[in-house]
Design a protein. Structure first.
Length: 276
């Protein structure tokens, strides 16, 4: 782990520096007075290796060259922000754990093995792991839990999410988070009650099930609606993201928080104080 300056500047590394989210993260790191970009990492073979991270993010030269090896820069950073792909994040967790570098992870779509790597890494370093870093989404999770407790099993619950056509996993991590918030509040295991889409002769809707549906198209940044459908009334809780910078700024906020925490796994609600 790098040594922070007298001003307590937090040295941040960004994975996937040349991607859409990576560029936003670089800008958000530079916009936050507590943080500075000290490493930018791309995949091996990327044409952006050697380029200046600030120029790639279109915010001006930062004198931080993009590299393709996290291990080469791990000693230069206090915290790594990783919004990439599960296989890459799995390796990055192991590198950060070995070098005692905190992490903020926004990667979605982990399999069981990768979930286990996360669990083991969080025994060695502090990690914030969330499917969504927006303040609004995390507030929505609280509201969903309240609604689920109020309705109990008297309301049928359907989760509908929509994202841009470039997103490669479905449903979204945020949709899972919302469905899990409802299931947990009702004392259920989501794996036992989740229904992913419907087709053909499905039979009647099973009481207590949670429907989850994914829409893909255009350039939708991220829309999520949870419907509580009771006899005689429907309650909808909706969040619509209108700028990716919302997520990037939230991730950087998490980075400034996580370096002050003890070893363990945290989420964005911890960062926002919603779990107090």
């Amino acid at each position: 782990m790098s040594q922070q300056t007298e001003e307590q500047t937090i040295n941040v590394g960004v994975i996937g520096a040349g991607g859409r989210m990576g560029r936003m993260l670089i800008e958000a790191v530079q916009d936050n007075p507590q943080t500075t970009l000290n490493a930018a990492i791309e995949r091996q073979g990327s044409s952006l290796v050697g380029a200046d991270a600030g120029e790639v993010a279109a915010i001006g030269r930062l004198e931080v060259q993009i590299v393709d090896d996290l291990k080469a820069v791990i000693s230069d950073i206090d915290v790594l922000i990783d919004f990439s792909l599960p296989d890459a994040t799995e390796q990055n967790m192991q590198i950060c754990a070995a070098n005692k570098v905190a992490m903020v992870i926004g990667t979605t779509g982990f399999n069981e093995q990768q979930e286990q790597v996360l669990k083991e890494a969080s025994k060695q370093i502090a990690i914030v792991y969330a499917g969504n870093y927006s303040t609004g989404v995390n507030l929505s999770l609280k509201l969903l839990a309240m609604a689920a407790k109020a309705f109990g099993n008297d309301a049928d619950v359907e989760v509908i999410e929509a994202h841009h056509k470039h997103k490669i996993d479905a449903p979204s991590g945020t949709a899972y988070m919302m469905a899990e918030a409802v299931a947990e509040a009702r004392g259920q295991n989501l794996k036992d009650v989740a229904i992913y889409g419907r087709e053909g002769q499905t039979g009647e809707r099973e009481a207590g099930s949670i429907g989850i549906h994914a829409i893909r198209g255009g350039e939708i940044i991220g829309d999520h609606t949870v419907m509580f459908i009771a006899d005689g009334e429907v309650v909808e809780i909706t969040h619509r993201a209108r700028a990716r910078m919302t997520f990037a700024a939230g991730a950087v906020r998490a980075a400034t928080w996580v370096i002050k925490q003890e070893v363990g796994q945290y989420n964005m609600q911890d960062v926002l104080g919603l779990n107090d």
